[in-house]
Write a protein that binds this ligand. Sequence first.
Ligand code: FAD
Ligand code: NAP
Length: 335
Amino acid sequence: MRIEADVPLAHCNTLRLPARAEWCATVASGDELREALDFARTRRLALCVLGGGSNVVLRERIGGCVLRMQLTGEELLEEAPGHVRVRVAAGVQWHGFVLACHRRGWHGLENLALIPGTVGAAPIQNIGAYGVEVQEFVEAVGAVDRASGEALRLTHADCRFAYRHSIFKSELAERIVITDLTLRLPRARGPRSDYPALRAALGAVADPSPADVLEAVMRIRRERLPDPAVLPNVGSFFKNPVIGRARFERLRAEHPGVVHWAAGDVVKLAAAWLVEQAGGKGMRQGAARVHERQALVLVNEGGATAAQVLGLASRIATAVRERFGIDLEIEPAVY
Ligand code: FAD
Ligand code: NAP
């Protein structure tokens, strides 16, 4: 395995920030993962795990050891008439896996097509799009404890999935490395197509097939979202805030137009609307700016630094707090 010193990471993060790692290990097998963890442990180095780098903001100098997860492989655990169970390694590219499942008639993931990054990162923020979250399919998550090297297996309940959240962003943050995901995928499932933007894109198709949904999701995403290969970004920079009903009613009394979705006893607010109303759309800092069509997306026009991106995010959050009294939480991890 290669463990190198002073490694440039600009090509390893989709914001193309010019970070450098003190040490960087590219991990392609279980043995290499153990070796890299031993290397970091014996030198008391902090660890930063990187998948596709599509949900991180990397500061100029990352002290300690960066682990680039490139574990690949897949194992079919069960093939039943109504479903399959498949274990897939953390370093596999998420979108390629979604396409491969669809081709084999394993359905459900079509709504999550074209999300950049790796399989191993998918449970961390419980990736979601067009009305579907990955947790609906996750049976277990395989991981290794960073300190002891012990292998762990977390059940769906252990993962404590929530909206763009899981135990991997709270109690287990920085404590484990995810090695694999076990998914249970239905073979005959009517696709979920009630999400408004998806419904609109499906147009006259009344009873869409999984292939219709896959095609529509890929089409909308290509039309609406800036491609990080062309305009570097990490997707939504802020999460939609979720607040209690009573607080929501007070907010609505002051701002009757607030865009929201009720979800049981809580209400989800449209972070993009809050940012736009607070004047975020035209904001920029150095080469970091708010995307003109997607107020939640911060882009690097070329040469932006982490300080510029985080400074811009902080000014946007302040503007939203001053206008609405709502704290925006940022979605990407900062290292
Ligand atoms: P990274 O950015 O490499 O890492 C993200 C976090 O996970 C970091 O804290 C990292 O340390 C940790 N991590 C990564 N791999 C492991 C591992 N094996 N073990 C332990 N920790 C690990 N997200 C959505 O939910 N829905 C969307 O629709 C969506 N659309 C996007 C569109 C664009 C254009 C972009 C750029 C991003 C989008 N995202 C979306 C965000 C992002 O793609 C996802 O969060 C994705 O799962 C991140 O994967 P990654 O491999 O790039 O993770
Ligand atoms: P969109 O479909 O107009 O959605 C914009 C925002 O409005 C999303 O955050 C979405 O919440 C919310 N929303 C819209 N209709 C909703 C409904 N009926 N019920 C609840 N919430 C609703 O525009 P978009 O930006 O192109 O996003 C499309 C999908 O891709 C969304 O699901 C979005 O989350 C996902 N996406 C995520 C990222 C990321 O980095 N996290 C980046 C790009 C796209 P939800 O987020 O809860 O869906």
